[in-house]
Design a binder for this molecule. Structure first.
Ligand SMILES: Cc1cc2nc3c(=O)[nH]c(=O)nc-3n(C[C@H](O)[C@H](O)[C@H](O)COP(=O)(O)O)c2cc1C
Ligand SMILES: O=C(O)C(=O)c1ccccc1
Length: 387
């Protein structure tokens, strides 16, 4: 076993261990992947101020997100088909998050169901909702999330239709994988993954299969999404769902100042500044570039969370210093899960925690909740001038 010291190591192991179609699904962005690439490369443009000779004892990464205490302000993002990266992946990720003391978010498009995760963990988790055309299904899944004691609804507002991802189309992505000569050849090299999968019965979209009126053919995710997701979703829908849910609401997928203002008007508890990890509108600016202007516009009125592009504790520190209350990580923990199951998710969290803590200290700071722009060196043209 190679020594794992950073998130990139986990990614290499994930690539080796998981079937190609699922690793590629996680690793892809839409179209040219420009936004996907810039989500990470823009973080590198921000630099850190080294400060010395301040007392560094008693450092703390503890904080709160939507009023919930967290060991560090890093939540696990909702990721569809997590249970295809590693058998019962959602349960493993939720358990790792619970042990670490950070929130886990279960996707509507997970393999394990709300009830599966509820049964396997004690800590309340967040549930991410995709709005389907079938209103009965939406009502029903909101009720199930309430029943399970989910402490927040994460309503994703940037995927009424699915961004086109070339790798998924070329690989014939489906869950479970369709057996073709090419997938069989690939699966034959992934026997450890396959053995684990045989040990579980959770191989379908269990939030949906058995609960939705018309499940349809889920073998092609892109056409299934087009058929089932509600393209009419708008701010009235958001207001209605907020009423129906009645609990804490997080709006995920906001990348524009005007949309952020609308989110404040509708009265949510937090927004997630996000471009869906570069998987939706290719050509959109990186999430980290958009963060400062959104914080300036609504930061006093709503909790601003951030995701897209975080691969280290240094990235977490940069987002917090630019005004995010907390962040979500997607691929960073999925690599860990794909590499080595629950232990890998724990490893990803440990790596990010260690990097965050050490970076804070070397920047002369002891408390994660008081990070501000003073710890950063941001190029003057970082936000850019766009017309
Ligand atoms: C494989 C994959 C599947 C995803 N599925 C969902 C999903 O079901 N619901 C959702 O709201 N976001 C989904 N996302 C977006 C993530 O929640 C998050 O916004 C994104 O991963 C952040 O970027 P990062 O991976 O660079 O951290 C998915 C992302 C990935 C990589
Ligand atoms: O892949 C995704 O990013 C995602 O959010 C999704 C959307 C529809 C079905 C499965 C996953």
């Amino acid at each position: 076993m190679p020594v794992i010291t950073n998130i990139d190591d986990l990614k290499r192991l994930h690539r080796r261990r998981a079937p190609k179609m699922f690793f590629d699904y996680a690793e892809s962005g839409s179209w040219t992947e420009q936004t996907f690439r810039e989500n990470t490369s823009d973080f590198d443009k921000i630099r850190l101020r080294q400060r010395i000779a301040t007392d560094m004892t008693n450092r703390s990464t503890r904080s709160t997100m939507i009023g919930e205490e967290v060991a560090m302000p890093v939540a696990l993002a909702p990721v569809g088909m997590t249970g295809m990266q590693n058998a019962d992946g959602e349960i493993k990720a939720a358990r790792a998050a619970e042990k670490f003391g950070v929130p886990f978010t279960l996707s509507t498009m997970s393999i394990c169901s709300i009830e599966d995760v509820r049964g396997a963990t004690k800590a309340p988790f967040w549930f991410q909702l995709y709005v389907m055309r079938d209103e009965e299904f939406v009502d029903n899944i909101i009720a199930r999330a309430k029943n399970a004691g989910c402490s927040a609804l994460v309503l994703t507002v940037d995927l009424q239709i699915l961004g086109q991802r070339h790798k998924d189309l070329k690989n014939g992505l489906s869950a479970p994988p369709k057996l073709t000569p090419r997938t069989i050849a690939n699966l034959a090299t992934k026997w450890a993954w396959g053995l684990e999968m045989l040990g579980t019965h959770r191989r379908t979209f269990r939030n949906i299969v058995g609960h939705a009126k018309s499940v349809g053919d889920m073998s092609s995710l892109s056409s299934w999404t087009a058929e089932q997701f509600d393209p009419a979703l708008n701010w009235d829908t958001v207001a209605r769902l907020k009423e129906k849910w009645g609990g804490k609401l997080i709006l995920k997928g906001i990348l524009d100042v005007e949309d952020a203002r609308q989110a404040v008007n509708v009265g949510c508890d937090a927004i997630v500044v996000s471009n869906h990890g570069g998987r939706q509108l290719d050509g959109a600016l990186s999430s980290i570039r958009m963060l400062p202007s959104i914080v300036r516009a609504v930061g006093d009125e709503v909790e601003v969370h951030f995701d897209s592009g975080i691969r280290s504790g240094q990235d977490v520190l940069k987002a917090l210093a630019l005004g995010a209350r907390g962040v979500m990580i997607g691929r960073s923990y999925i690599y860990g899960l794909g590499a080595m199951g629950q232990a890998g998710v724990t490893k990803a969290l440990e790596i990010i925690h260690k990097e965050l803590d050490t970076t804070m200290a070397l920047c002369g700071r002891r408390d994660v909740t008081t990070l501000d722009r003073d710890v950063l060196l941001v190029p003057e043209d970082f936000e850019g001038r766009w017309a």
